[in-house]
Design a protein around this ligand. Structure first.
Ligand code: MN
Ligand code: MN
Length: 305
């Protein structure tokens, strides 16, 4: 595949789509948090089809409030932009600071990894057969922006950021694939290339095959990615992709975040419903926009230019 050598269509478009990728994480989280841990039948009874950011959910959120998916993505992005070179340390420090604030929503694997970092300074979790949760893939978008133009670098750093908490081959593979799909979308790749990446992932790890998807959306990274792929490849716009994802329930905010990142990168900022963007806190909007631009401007693609 030649995607790694693809040249950009125009830098303005890339910055716009990079911003949309990070906003996608946040709006997918804010929308999906409402239906997290619900079944599709419960969602139908209560909301019909959930298309509005209304808050609530098991965390009793206010409308537009985001959770760990966005918060950990911010930690990764802030940790990257504050350093002059790649270093997972500042990211782990931000995870530690975030955890010390007692966030409402924290995955068990994330919590364990961060506690190990706080107690022992361990920046790389040991291989863990229970580490195939989606907590590393949900926060990979900033790494995709920062490594734009160098897929090998993406593959290495996506896994390094993952291993702060999650160390499992399926999580690693998911992080790299989601990162590639974001990068290729930023560069304007055709849909068939994105599908080829999803198929390549399934060729290496058949668990990820999403033909005949069974509708299960859980915290297992395989279920999460199958949910996201099914929604992304069966819709043709940002809103429908994210709506379809979160109405599966289960780990809806996390699946929504990942779907939002990929779909944001593909469809661009103008494709994100303004009512969703405006539901987010103004300070968060400002920071997401600034981080997205700073991340891509640090990338090999822009550095070389
Ligand atoms: Mn969450
Ligand atoms: Mn979640």
């Amino acid at each position: 595949m030649s995607a790694g050598r693809r040249s950009p269509r125009g830098t303005g478009g890339i910055v716009d789509r990079a911003r949309a990728a990070l906003f996608g994480v946040a709006v997918g989280d804010a929308l999906g948090a409402t239906t997290e841990f619900m079944t599709p039948a419960e969602i139908r009874d209560r909301y019909g089809v959930l298309r509005e950011i209304v808050g609530g959910g098991w965390l009793k959120l206010s409308p537009g409030q985001v959770t760990d998916d966005t918060e950990m993505t911010l930690c990764v992005a802030r940790g990257i932009v504050c350093s002059s070179r790649w270093d997972p340390g500042p990211i782990a420090d931000r995870f530690a600071h975030w955890l010390s604030g007692n966030p409402a929503d924290v995955g068990a694997t994330c919590r364990r990894g961060i506690e190990e970092y706080i107690e022992k300074g361990r920046i790389e979790a040991p291989p863990d057969e229970k580490g195939a949760g989606n907590g590393a893939a949900m926060r990979v978008a900033p790494v995709a922006l920062y490594t734009l133009g160098d897929e090998e670098l993406l593959s290495r750093l996506a896994v390094e950021q993952a291993h702060i908490t999650h160390h499992h081959p399926l999580s690693d593979a998911a992080c790299v694939s989601v990162g590639k799909m974001i990068q290729w979308s930023l560069l304007g790749a055709p849909l068939r290339d994105l599908r080829a990446e999803a198929e390549e992932l399934a060729a290496r790890h058949p668990e990820f095959r999403f033909e005949g998807y069974d509708g299960k959306s859980s915290g297992y990274v395989v279920d999460t990615l199958r949910t996201v792929f099914d929604a992304f490849f069966s819709t043709d716009n940002f809103e429908d992709c994210v709506v379809k994802t979160v109405n599966r329930g289960g780990d809806a905010d996390t699946a929504g975040s990942i779907a939002g990142a990929i779909a944001g990168a593909r469809y661009g900022f103008a494709a994100i419903p303004p009512r969703w963007v405006n539901a987010l806190d103004a300070g968060l909007r400002e920071e997401l926009a600034s981080l997205a631009e700073r991340l891509v401007r640090k990338s090999p693609l822009f550095d070389r230019a």
